[in-house]
Design a protein around this ligand. Structure first.
Ligand SMILES: Nc1ncnc2c1ncn2[C@@H]1O[C@H](COP(=O)(O)OP(=O)(O)O)[C@@H](O)[C@H]1O
Ligand SMILES: [Mg+2]
Length: 272
């Protein structure tokens, strides 16, 4: 249970989301039609941010479950626990989300075992019902409940795959890294650096991302760029920030690292 996180409805400032295409509108249509949604895209490209933002927009709390291979269906739906000599049923995060009419967000759903996900079937079709076999309860999802899952299809080290029949239960929005102008906007907004600095960092990331096809590594994400920009805002040089945030985590192969470093230096030192 320790790896399950519950996030209450945002009570603070709304989460800012920079849109690229029609993803907010399609998210809203799926919600209104009570359809489950799957978000795909590389790590750190804005999947979680979109869900948080839409939770704000739709005035629904978001309950996030980080999936992993030890996750059992009991971790999702709940279990009997002994409390003060009594055995009492404890709702899991999925059951709480259904009962509250929340957005339940299963992050990296590909990490969960197929048998743990079977409990989602009756929730993702016309029944919109959760069957709690152990407690005997049948929970009908209110209209305001929405199931959203995400995974990164390009995660090359993963041997896991979602079953096609599972994927076809969802409306799928395929996200990707933002176009440069929007990514610059995000970085300025999240870190406080100016547009020129953000522009160079994005150019640097994009040159590494295009080299990704030759080297096969997980390329630097928007999250990584925000982190690098925060270091620059705190006083690091752009090259230092690129080194520790973008380059160092990429590859342990010396020759590859050197080639990428040259790309990074070239893009950070051009005038743009
Ligand atoms: N479209 C976007 N609008 C605003 N911020 C974004 C956007 N995309 C990425 N970010 C920034 O990148 C960070 C990582 O995004 P996140 O949603 O956590 O990625 P993912 O869930 O795809 O791994 C966010 O915390 C935010 O700072
Ligand atoms: Mg995420």
């Amino acid at each position: 249970m320790s790896r399950l996180q519950r996030e209450p409805a945002s009570t603070t400032a709304p989460v800012t989301y920079v849109a690229t295409e029609n993803e907010q509108r399609l998210f809203r249509h799926a919600f209104e039609q009570r359809l489950p949604l799957m978000l795909t895209g590389p790590t750190g490209c804005g999947k979680t941010r979109l869900v948080e933002h839409m939770g704000d927009q739709l005035s629904r709390p978001v309950i996030t479950i980080s999936c992993h291979d030890d996750l059992t269906s009991s971790d999702l739906v709940g279990r009997f626990l002994v409390a003060g000599g009594d055995v009492v049923w404890n709702d899991g995060p999925l059951t709480r989300a259904v009962k509250q009419g929340a957005i339940c967000y299963l992050d990296e759903v590909v990490e969960a075992r197929h048998d743990s996900l079977a409990v989602l079937h009756s929730l993702t079709d016309h029944r919109r019902t959760l069957y709690l076999d152990r407690s005997g309860e049948v929970v009908q999802a209110p209209d305001s409940f929405m199931l959203v899952c995400s995974y990164n299809p390009a995660y090359r080290s993963s041997l896991k795959e979602l079953k096609p029949s599972f994927r076809q239960r969802f409306v799928t929005l395929a996200l990707d890294y933002l176009p440069a102008a929007q990514e610059v906007e995000v970085i300025v907004m999240e870190s406080g650096v100016d547009t020129a600095v953000a522009g160079r960092l994005v150019q640097c990331a994009n040159s590494i991302r295009s080299a990704d096809h030759a080297f096969h590594f997980e390329p630097p994400s928007t999250r990584v760029l925000v982190t690098a920009a925060r270091l620059v805002a705190a006083g690091a040089s752009e090259l230092e920030a690129a080194e520790v945030c973008m380059l160092a985590p990429l590859s342990t192969d010396g020759a590859v690292s050197e080639a990428l470093r040259e790309l990074a230096v070239a893009s950070l030192t051009t005038n743009n």
